[in-house]
Design a protein around this ligand. Structure first.
Ligand SMILES: Nc1ncnc2[nH]cnc12
Length: 181
């Protein structure tokens, strides 16, 4: 199978990302972090350095591609717990808080959900949002809204890649740019 690719360079690592046409006007270089232990570990060590002068209580990530990154970064920065915002309400949640979201890779309406027990945990605390890619910024914006509804403060928003216009944002920190095609 011949698929066109974009070569991503991240520090010592290179990855050939397949180009996926989403619609007539938009093709993305598909970056799937899940399963890539080497890149996840490298990114987590870079963020550990980046956040070394940032005081925070919890990392918050978004299901599902941010989870292994948050796990590794939490551990490296000596935080025993981190928060995962889910994409649907689960039966075991207590008083879940829901917020609609729009995203580049999902055509149908999506939502993010903060479990009420996690909302209690972060109330009044300083949190860092961490994700694999920030593109339109829809997910991160929704995450920020949920966190602020829980009376917590977002002190940093970090992602491995900033895609398209996201690379111009001054309110996020990232390791590399990712073009749109
Ligand atoms: N380039 C990309 N690859 C995978 N997931 C994405 N979500 C947003 N942009 C993406």
């Amino acid at each position: 199978m011949m698929t066109k690719t974009y070569q991503l360079k991240l520090g010592p690592l290179t990855r050939d990302l397949p180009l996926i046409q989403l619609n007539q006007d938009l093709t993305i270089a598909s970056f799937v972090l899940l399963g890539d232990a080497e890149l996840t570990h490298y990114a987590a060590t870079q963020f550990t350095e980046l956040l070394s002068d940032v005081s925070f209580d919890y990392l918050v990530t978004i299901e599902s591609k941010g989870i292994p990154l948050a796990q590794e970064l939490s551990w490296l920065t000596h935080h025993d717990r981190y928060i995962v915002l889910r994409k649907s309400v689960k039966d075991y949640m207590q008083a879940p808080v829901e917020q609609p979201v729009s995203s580049i890779t999902t055509s149908a309406d999506q939502e993010l959900v903060l479990d009420g027990t996690d909302a209690d945990l972060i109330r009044g605390k300083r949190v860092v949002i961490v994700d694999d890619v920030i593109s339109t910024g829809g997910s991160v914006l929704t995450a920020k809204q949920l966190i602020e509804q829980a009376d917590a403060t977002v002190v940093e928003q970090v992602a491995i890649l900033a895609e398209g216009d996201a690379a111009e944002r001054k309110d996020i920190r990232y390791l590399e740019k990712l073009p749109l095609f």
